[in-house]
Ligand binder design. Sequence first.
Ligand SMILES: [Zn+2]
Length: 440
Amino acid sequence: MTKLMIRNVNIVTMNKDKEIIEDGFVIIERDSITYIGSSNETNEHNVSNDYNIIDGKGGILMPGMINTHTHASMIAFRSLADDVQDRLTKYIFPLENIMVDEKLVYSGARYAICEMLLGGVTTFCNSYYFEDEVAKAAKEMSIRAVLGETVVNFVAPDAKEPYEGLKYAERFIEKWKGDDLITPAIAPHAPYTNDSNKLIEAYSLARKHDVPIIMHVAEMDYEQKKYAEEYNMTPVQYLDSLGILDENFIGAHLINVSDEDLDILENKGVGISHNVGSNSKGAKGVAPVVKMFKRGMKLGLGTDGPMSGNTLDIITQMSLVGKIHKLYNMDRTIFPAIEIVEMATIGGARALNIDNVTGSIEVGKKADMVIIETESVNMCPIYDYYSALVYSANPSNVELVIVNGEVLVKDKKLIKNDLMEIKNELLQMKDKILEVSKRL
Ligand SMILES: [Zn+2]
C-alpha cells in the first residue's frame, strides 16, 4: 500500500495548541493522517522511499476548509436578480418551483463542488430539494458533505404536497446513513415555513436516525416579528419551546439573537453557521458573532447558496468576516486572523459535529487538507501565516486539495473531474432559466 508524503510545507495545524510546523511534512496512509513531522528531523520517514511524494514548494498546508451552509445547486441561478426586494418569496421560490428538477440539482451540485474544491473547501453542509442528487454528485466527486433534505409547508419542486420532504428525507437518510463521506440530515427550511407539529416531526425523525437537523434561524426581520406577535418569543425561544434544539441542530444565520438566545444556543450545544457574505449582501443584519466566538460556541463559516452569497469558497468569507465585524464594532482588535481561520476549519467541523473526523491536521484524523501556494504575487511577504490566509489569499492560490486521503486538486486543477464537461452540462439550462426569469 503506497503512502503519500507531502513535504516542504508550512503546516498550520489548527490543533488544540494551534501549532505551526515550518518546513514540515505530513504522511497519509489510506484516508488518514499517520504522521506529522519537521524536515530537519532524522527519522525513518525522511530516508524511506516508500512514498508518493508531493513537493509543497514552501506553501501553507492547512486543514480543508468547511462550508457550513449552502444550497449548492442554486449555482444554476447565480447572478440573477441580485438586487430584487423581498427576493426569497417574490423571486426565488417561484423560480425554483418552475425550474428545479433532479437534473438541475445534480448538474448544479457538480459544478458547485468544482468551485468548492478549487477554492479549498473539503466539506460542505447543504440543504435543498432532491438532496439525493446532491449526495450522488458529492460521492462521485469524493468531497465530504452533510446533506439535508428540505422540508417546507408548500408545494415544492420535489413535493407535490406540503411536507412531502419529510418522507423523502427518511428514504434519503436510510439510503446514505453510514457512508464514509456523506452524512445525511433533515432540513426544515425555517421556523416560518414549517408548522410547529411538523418541526417536532422532523426533529423526531432526526433523533430516530441519529442525524443532524439543519435550519435557517433568526435570519429574517419578519421572522422575528411573527414570533414576537404570536408567542411573545424570539425565534430561538420558540424553537426551544418545541424542544428541538440540541447538539445535533445546525442553525444557519442566527442574526437576530439576544443574549438570552445565546444562552439557550450555548446550553443546548447548537452548531452555528455564520454567513457574513450572504447576510451583508441581503442587508439582513450583523450576527453577534464576536459574542458567539467569545463564548466558545460551535461556530463555523458558510457561504449560503450561490444566489445569495454568489461564491462558494471560504477564503472570501474569512476576509469578509474580519473586515465587516471590525468595521461594525469599530474595533480593529477583534477577530485576530487566527480566530477566523479557526472558524473556517475546526470551528466549522465542531458546528457540524465532525470535529473528530476533520477540521485540523492531526494524527488520526482523516486527511482533508489544502495547500495555499505562496509563490503568487499577492502572497508575499508572509510574517504571519494566519494573516496571509485571511487577508492576502484568494481562492486562486489553492494549489492542492486532498479529501479523505484522495488528491482531488493538483497544480490548481481538478484531477478527478472534467470541469469543462461539468460546466457545459450546467450551461445547457441557461436559456430556459433566463426565459423563465423574465416572466417573474
Ligand atoms: Zn441558506
